[in-house]
Design a binder for this molecule. Structure first.
Ligand code: ZN
Length: 272
């Protein structure tokens, strides 16, 4: 039996050229979709341009407008950030805070934290303005510092200082975990939020004395499956090291894993 040939008389020439046989209705529909799609992307572009005029991207560290090729922070801030260089020295002032208290392999903070300084602004953005990008930037900076340090080689796990679930709910994330994600983007080491957990909510640390802070954080961290960290090198990650009491409490719990090696990296420490 002979196959019936299609009737070419009612077909659009464009459709014929493209090798498809579409009815007029289908062509009209396709035309509509094309027009809507083109206009939509144009509208998105226009809206984004208007938004960037109303709310231009600014550097969270200095408040200056970002240039088109500047990402997260401006070039000037990136260059002038107050880096400590502590990751290269085993006996740096942050590491000394823990001497005689808890054995740590290496301790450092990437930046100096000064009131109203660039780093304070960046950390404020991360903690109170939902600016995860600021945290990823700081995390990458921590990674850049420890990558070239002999003390931080062979890390098996990145472990952020845990935040109580209630705080995570308010903030939307754990800021130390965002720092860890920034570190992970350069170091490609597993990130664990299951080993070290926080069991009880603590009051805010900022206005407490050193002793009060220690009482506040002691015994609130719990280690799950300590055996799985046996003989591993873990990197404990925090945003700012001030008195060191939170790190000390976390490290004390981590140290219950047999033969574990604990290193600490923070985004910042106070200037002095
Ligand atoms: Zn800036």
């Amino acid at each position: 039996m002979k196959a019936k040939l299609p009737d070419y008389t009612n077909l659009n020439r464009t459709a014929l050229r493209s090798g498809f046989f579409l009815s007029d209705a289908e062509l009209i529909a396709a035309g509509f979709i094309f027009v809507i799609k083109t206009n939509l992307s144009l509208m998105v572009q226009v809206v984004s341009n208007i938004l960037s005029l109303l709310y231009p991207d600014v550097c969270p560290a200095c408040g200056q407008l970002l240039l088109e090729d500047e990402k997260i922070v401006c070039l000037s801030c990136h260059i002038l950030m107050p880096r400590t260089g502590y990751e290269q020295f085993a006996d740096n002032p942050v590491a000394r805070m823990f001497w005689g208290k808890i054995p740590l392999n290496a301790v450092s903070a990437r930046f100096f934290f000064a009131k109203k300084g660039r780093i304070q602004h960046l950390i404020h953005e991360l903690k109170y303005k939902s600016n995860r990008e600021a945290g990823l930037y700081l995390g990458k900076e921590i990674a850049a510092g420890i990558q070239s340090s002999t003390f931080y080689q062979g890390i098996d796990y990145l472990i952020p200082v845990p935040l109580h679930p209630k705080r995570i709910k308010v903030r939307g994330y754990n800021q130390s975990e965002v720092l860890a994600q920034g570190i992970q983007s350069l170091l490609a080491v597993p990130l664990s939020t299951n080993h070290l957990i926080r069991s009880v909510a603590t009051e805010t640390q900022t206005k407490k004395s050193r002793e009060a802070r220690w009482k506040n954080v002691k015994d609130i961290f719990v280690l799950n499956e300590p055996g799985s960290l046996a003989g591993k090198h873990v990197l404990l990650i925090d945003d700012v090291i001030t008195t060191g009491s939170t790190i000390e409490a976390c490290a004390a719990v981590l140290a219950t894993a047999p033969g574990v090696k604990i290193s600490v990296a923070a985004a910042a420490c106070p200037t002095n």
